[in-house]
Design a binder for this molecule. Sequence first.
Ligand SMILES: [Fe+2]
Ligand SMILES: [Fe+2]
Length: 472
Amino acid sequence: MTTADYSEKIPNNVDLHEDRRLQRALESWQPNFLNWWESMGPTLPTEDVYLRTAVNVGREGWAHFGHVAMRDYRWGIFLAERDQKRTIGFGQHKGEPAWQQVPGEYRADLQRLIVIQGDTEPASVEQQRNLGATAPSLYDLRNLFQVNVEEGRHLWAMVYLLHAYFGRQGREEAEELLHRNSGSAEAPRILGAFNEETPDWLSFYMFTYFTDRDGKYQLGTLKESGFDPLSRTCEFMLKEEAHHMMVGTTGVDRVVERTAQVMVENDTDDAAALGVIPLPVIQKYLNFHYSVSLDLFGSETSTNVANYFTAGLKGRWLEERRRDDHKLGDDSIMVDSLTPEGELGQTEVSALTGLNTDLRREYIADCEGGVKRWNRILADAGLPQRVRLPHVAFNRKVGAFSGIEATPEGEILSTAEWERRKGQWLPTDTDKTFIRSLMRPVHERGKIAAWIAPPRQGINGKPFDYDYVHLS
Ligand SMILES: [Fe+2]
Ligand SMILES: [Fe+2]
């Protein structure tokens, strides 16, 4: 597979020039994408940004780094290399050759899966569009823009599939992906978490930790798909996602580290008075982003998802590492549920209908990793405080616990009591106002805001004080 030709209008490794019709269709979508980027993308005016651009899909040297004007970023179409011998790894078609075309009977389902994934990509760009104005450093500003342009490229990835494999309906869906907008009253984004605001940088780090990580798991299941072009697209997207995870993980690290440092230096718990973010507020933001991200996994049981699995459309996280028959006909799983008495409990269901729970468990185990890191930072600073993940029943709008209210410890509350106490666990207006008051931009090379520690490393071997962004 060759490096993409960047003199082409749409850089790609899918031999787009061999299919004139498809090329023309995508070229006519391109100006609409650019209009969307101009009107809904980052608002801070910049001259250029030190960005990574995908140029290849190999293990090494797949990206090029350099200063580019964001409008001129080369959003390309990249599929991971094709494995000629790939077979479907699960479901009723297990062992059959992976599909290079959409099977007629699965057309509607596959299109739906691609549209839902595609809808999240531009949504996060919209949610984050104003953050540049309050970036804590040029390094962070650059990372924000990197995430933004790559989410834009992920939109391209899904639009390519829609155009290439789903005909007129696919082209219409591609247009709709630009017309729905995050938080819009008339045409909101499809999933709840993608209509929430990302108004400050603590939210941004929590979002890239918890919500982008949901994306990682969704892409992981689509990477298993029997529809080979979808699988190859997602495989390459996951490569880019790793950086988004890093931004979230180290972003929260640095907030916790700075707060701990100031608390220890001043021998006080009153972090707010010293201009850093109090640990209880960090915990509240964590509670919020974790609980809305759990909602993205859908209900504990789902016959749709069971059907997707059996059909070979959407697998499990690391399907090939599972030691079972990959069909799950007779297996069962325990899933969260409300007991007839209205208490938190579990029920046994068929493994197929419980697949959302299976994926969510993988995700939760991964999230525990972040909590461990942040607690290690606190322990290393000599502080007794710890952060933790709230109970799965906490603040849920989807699934078994959407009808009840519970504390982060998993104790059921009446609605009245929830209303009275939720400010202890979720960011209040006062918390949000305080966080916003800290969000003053530091756009000077080598400088950083007082509420966050500098990163241990720069980008691509560059130092922290590199000129990552030139503002205009
Ligand atoms: Fe993405
Ligand atoms: Fe992402």
